[in-house]
Write a protein that binds this ligand. Structure first.
Ligand SMILES: NC(=O)c1ccc[n+]([C@@H]2O[C@H](COP(=O)([O-])OP(=O)(O)OC[C@H]3O[C@@H](n4cnc5c(N)ncnc54)[C@H](OP(=O)(O)O)[C@@H]3O)[C@@H](O)[C@H]2O)c1
Length: 285
């Protein structure tokens, strides 16, 4: 079934997702705040819109893939969606922002929160895992579009997709921070990094060590998931009720410190390297 879709936000994730939707045969209008990002999507068959309002006009399905709560709420505040349209919010913004979005949208616009597990390669390959929150009817209406992006799991009512996504990201991001600290400790104990990776690969950190190893050892790592977004996700988790004196808060502080040194746009693997090297240099100092 061909759907008329507006896709707002062509960042690292949004661009390959919009391209997949266009290649799946949907009629897709794309918009990005910074002009120029749309060219690749247009080459794949999407229509470039001059404004977000132009993109959403006459489109019953509107998808947002933006940085954070401020970006989503700020953009939607200035838009008029068609009555009867469904907004599918796919960024990682947490359940509070989804509730705020619901309050601000007119009643005749349906809302589904559908954040994604997986990164750029999964977005390119249509292999994302999508945690959808909303009514069964609203989620079912989006399914023909979302199935081009990956597997849809309807996890509960509105906001539950955003909540589950925060929980999942806390696990992944905290594991990356712990991996960095473990590598740093290994360095202080005189264990070579490769040997430390080999040993950690045999532990519960094995999966994250496997993902991070090539990224940490590469001389240049293109950003897939930015350190800044990881910090944002833990900030959202803390605001949503993570223990104030717990490990999530501590990991968030480590990311915030790395962000403050200018690593915000780097790949999240930069925190692993920074902690590994930081512990190492504190040994020599
Ligand atoms: N990358 C991943 O692996 C990954 C995986 C799962 C979930 N996520 C989540 O998915 C979302 C998008 O991630 P990403 O990696 O694609 O981010 P990104 O590359 O940083 O792209 C962010 C997008 O948001 C737009 N934007 C930011 N502020 C805006 C504003 N005030 N008004 C309008 N547009 C605005 C940017 O437009 P400009 O181009 O103009 O800056 C860009 O299109 C984030 O919530 C992230 O946490 C990311």
């Amino acid at each position: 079934m061909q759907l008329r879709i507006a896709f707002l936000g062509l960042g690292r994730m949004g661009l390959p997702m919009a391209i997949r939707l266009a290649r799946a045969g949907h009629d897709v209008a794309v918009w990005n705040r910074t002009a120029g990002r749309a060219a690749e999507a247009i080459a794949a068959g999407a229509h470039g819109a001059a404004s977000a309002q132009e993109a959403v006009a006459g489109r019953p399905l509107v998808i947002t893939m933006l940085s954070d709560p401020d970006a989503v709420l700020g953009l939607l505040d200035g838009l008029v969606l068609d009555p009867g349209a469904t907004l599918v919010e796919m960024s990682t913004i947490g359940p509070d922002a989804v509730a705020e979005l619901r309050k601000r949208l007119p009643a005749e616009v349906a809302l589904v929160d559908a954040p994604v597990l997986g990164s750029v390669p999964q977005a390119e390959g249509g292999a994302l895992h999508i945690f959808a929150g909303g009514t069964a009817e609203d989620v079912a209406r989006c399914a023909p579009a979302l199935s081009a992006l990956g597997t849809v799991e309807h996890v509960g009512p509105l906001g539950d997709g955003a909540a589950v996504k925060l929980v999942v990201n806390v696990a992944t991001i905290n594991s990356a921070v712990l991996l960095g600290e473990a590598l740093g400790l290994a360095a202080r104990l005189g264990i070579a990094r490769e040997a430390a990776f080999d040993a950690l690969g045999r532990t519960t950190l094995g999966p994250i060590a496997g993902v991070m190893r090539p990224r940490v050892t590469a001389s240049h790592q293109p950003t897939l998931f930015s350190l800044g977004h990881a910090e944002k996700d833990l900030r959202l988790a803390v605001a949503a009720g993570a223990r104030p004196d717990g490990v999530i808060v501590a990991a968030r502080r480590a990311l915030a410190e790395a962000h403050a040194t200018g690593l915000g746009d780097e790949d999240v693997s930069a925190i692993v390297r920074a902690l590994a090297d930081g512990d190492s240099s504190s040994q020599s100092g």
